[in-house]
Structures are given as C-alpha cells and as structure tokens.
Design a protein around this ligand. Structure first.
Ligand SMILES: Cc1cc2nc3c(=O)[nH]c(=O)nc-3n(C[C@H](O)[C@H](O)[C@H](O)COP(=O)(O)O)c2cc1C
Length: 233
C-alpha cells in the first residue's frame, strides 16, 4: 500500500481544476454578483509581491456605458494591430486562435476586471514609494485571480489590447497606474468554443536537478513520476 500523501491528493485536485481553464472569447450576459468578484480580487490581493509593496489595482467594471467605451477604444487599437502594427510572424502565431479586432466580449461579459500596475506606491503603509519586481508581482496576482475564477466555476480571458493607455483615461486612474491586463469574467456563451491547442508535456517543461550535459536540448530523462504527461487541453 502506498503511503498516503495528503499534499499529493490536494495537488492532484488543484491540477484537475486548473487544467480545465481555457481562455473564453464568447461570454453570456448571465450575471455574476459583486461579492464573487470581490472574493476573486481578494484572492489576487493575497499574492506575494516585491518587498510587499502590492503594486496593483483592480478596477471592476460592470457599467454597460463604460464597457462600451472600453470596447470601442480597444477595437480601434486592435484594428491598427491587425491591419499593420503586428508583424507577419505575430499574425501567423495568432491565426490558430481565430482572434480578430472584434471584441464583443468586452460588452457581453458581466464584469471586466482591469488590472493596473503601480510604478510607484504613494499609498504604501510603510517605507518608501519605491516598488520592486512590479511585472513579476502583478503577473503572479493575475495568475491567482485566474485560478480563483476557475475554482469558482467562472470563465476568464487575459486580454491585452495593444497599446492599453486608453484604459487609464476612461477609468480616471492616476499617473502612477499603468494598465496591465483586461480580464473579462463571466460564464461562457451557449455556443462558445475554444481553439484546439496543445500544452507542452511535463517532460518538456520540467527538469529534476541537472541535465547531463550543459546542452539542455538533449532528450530529457524520463521523470520519476506517476503523473499523466498531459497538462491540459
Ligand atoms: C499576457 C497574455 C496576453 C494575452 N493577450 C490576449 C489578447 O489580447 N487577446 C486574446 O484573445 N487572448 C490573449 N491571451 C490569451 C492567449 O492567447 C491564451 O492564453 C493562449 O492561447 C492559451 O490558451 P488558453 O488560455 O485557452 O489555455 C493572452 C494571454 C496572455 C498570458
């Protein structure tokens, strides 16, 4: 009988939940309560951050008029991206995802959570206004938000209209806050589908200790693992 491993049991359960996460680009207008969004943001706000500066701000938007403004401005930027700003390689990489400049999800999703990073922190409870490892910190917080939403049975998209400067203007954010990500949150639309893409297998993304040669491209040793190698859809 193998020794019970409660950590493994929990890791397996978390993996089962998180591997079901996919970026959704067609949302239904089914409502999600503000209480749910508050819990997701609180989960994100529990993330680690450089020197505990918590250099993030989450603006939860549900007002249809503001969502419409965001959609219009995002589509304007995205049209420029698809019609010339993106180089051919970028467009080629996007092709399997079937994305284009049309962003109706910015109006149909019940909530848009706009994540801002803070390039200084005038509200720090102690210490200086300086912030550290901002992109790393905010990226981790976004990851925790996405995981919390998945755990709550909600769909998300990590949307990065490029450039994103218009968001600070529409939402009246101060100069030290820069838009980092737009996350529509809600339920998938009835006939919503996701592109058929693959995850790298565990062997391709994990090494245990050292590779045999300094050339890390040599075939990996099989992992001493009982885990199925598929990571997600
Ligand atoms: C930093 C970042 C930016 C992204 N920007 C966009 C975006 O602007 N529009 C979009 O449709 N998807 C965007 N995505 C979603 C990716 O295309 C998607 O995560 C990837 O294809 C894997 O698919 P999955 O999320 O369904 O597993 C972004 C993802 C990340 C992590």
């Amino acid at each position: 009988m193998p020794t019970p491993d409660p950590n493994l049991d929990q890791a397996v359960r978390f993996l089962e939940s998180i591997r079901g996460r996919r970026s959704v680009r067609e949302f239904s207008d089914r409502p999600v309560s503000q209480a749910v969004i508050e819990h997701l943001i609180a989960a994100a706000g529990s993330a680690p951050s450089g020197a505990n500066k918590q250099p993030w701000r989450f603006v939860a938007v549900q007002d249809p008029e503001i969502k419409r403004e965001i959609r219009e401005a995002a589509e304007k930027e995205e049209r420029k991206l698809y019609e010339g700003r993106a180089n051919p390689e970028w467009l080629e990489d996007l092709a399997p995802l079937g994305t284009n400049a049309e962003k109706s999800f910015l109006e149909t999703a019940p909530w848009l959570v706009i994540v801002f990073k803070q390039v200084r922190n005038p509200e720090a409870e102690q210490g200086s206004e300086q912030v550290y490892y901002v992109n790393e910190s905010v990226g981790i917080a976004v990851g925790m938000f996405l995981a919390a939403a998945q755990f709550a049975g909600l769909a998300t998209l990590t949307h990065t209209p490029s450039p994103m400067k218009f968001l600070a203007g529409i939402l009246g954010r101060p100069e030290h806050e820069r838009a980092f990500m737009v996350i529509p949150v809600g339920h998938p639309g009835h006939d919503s589908s996701v592109p058929d893409i693959r995850r790298k297998p565990l062997e391709a993304i994990m090494r245990v200790d050292r590779d045999r040669s300094p050339n890390a491209d040599e075939p990996a040793r099989p992992l001493p693992s009982s885990m199925p190698t598929t990571i997600g859809g």
